[in-house]
Design a protein around this ligand. Structure first.
Ligand code: GLU
Length: 295
């Protein structure tokens, strides 16, 4: 019997799918199919300021066109705020209101977490200073010595982070009123029963914070597999900001070509194929083989 497997692809609709996000989508889809599991699609539009109108619909249409069909309903984070609110209330003893603004945090010169967020010095940990009001809601991380999170990534191997030094108390609700990615992703993965997270390595450094939050919320930790990030000639991660081109296959041949490029990037060797059906018939067992070889 196969172990239960629930995977997901969780794009932020900040622009159309490009070659980099296609690699993440493909890896999560292949992993789910190779495990005879379920593959969910969740639109991470919680940051409503960055969501681009029509981008989510474009991504969903493209996934369908490429033959990546989601199992079950598509979930939209912007419609699930009550779940995030309930989760934050449940762990209220571990959170505190923070009145600091960006400049004040940057002025503390503790440096930056790997994802670019300034490390929080803990100014408001013991209460808001006189005359300050709440801007964001933060989760208290354990003190040095008790703050090490390690996990086994299926691709990267062992990953270890010291939360107090490498992120500090992190934001669950932002100053603009939106729930933070870290909270939404953990609540959703738990609520959807996700057993396997397959995504780009740009999120490797967020994972220890997510694992810590899972422990505070008392929900299971999924397995993680972070695939390498596609970069342009300048070594930059592909994104709208770096001018990544959208994947926009005009016909089946172009769809097969886009998928074949993404599979090659993932290290799969496939004989050339003519149709989408033939592509999927070859790609799923090839991914299963790769997993066996790496095991
Ligand atoms: N929404 C995130 C992104 O598009 C991915 C989050 C995740 O897979 O955990 O970068």
């Amino acid at each position: 019997m196969n172990e239960p497997y629930i995977g997901r692809f969780a794009p932020s609709p900040t622009g159309p799918l490009h070659a980099g996000s296609l690699v993440a989508a493909l890896a999560s889809y292949l992993d789910a199919r190779a495990h005879h599991g379920t593959w969910l699609v969740r639109i991470e539009d919680i940051d409503e300021g960055r969501a681009v109108p029509g981008a989510a619909e474009g991504i969903l249409a493209l996934l369908e066109q490429l033959g990546m069909h989601a199992d079950g309903e598509i979930v939209w984070q912007s419609r699930r705020k009550a779940l995030y609110q309930a989760a934050a209330e449940r762990i209220a003893l571990h959170t505190y209101p923070c009145g600091c603004n960006r400049r004040e945090i940057a002025d503390s010169r503790l440096g930056f977490a790997p994802d670019g967020a300034a490390i929080y010095p803990g100014t408001c940990r013991h209460g808001l200073a006189e005359g300050r009001s709440m801007r964001s809601l933060r989760l208290r991380v354990p003190d040095p010595g008790f703050d090490v999170i390690s996990f086994q990534d299926r691709f990267a191997g062992e990953v270890t982070q010291r939360l107090s030094g490498e992120s500090g108390d992190f934001v669950l609700k932002r100053a603009d009123g939106f729930w933070a990615y870290q909270l939404a992703v953990v609540v959703d993965d738990a609520e959807q029963g996700v057993t396997d997270v397959v995504r780009g390595a740009d999120l490797l450094d967020s994972t220890p914070r997510q694992i810590f939050l899972q422990r505070v919320l008392d929900v299971p930790t999924p397995r993680y597999l972070h695939v390498p990030v596609v970069r342009n000639e300048l070594g930059e991660k592909l994104s709208k900001q770096t001018g990544a081109l959208a994947v926009a296959p005009g016909d089946e041949q172009a769809a097969v070509a886009a998928l074949s490029d993404a599979t090659r990037f993932l290290g799969l060797q496939l004989a050339p194929v003519e149709s989408l059906d033939a592509f999927w018939r070859a790609a799923v067992p090839a991914w299963a083989n790769l997993l066996r070889e790496r095991a």
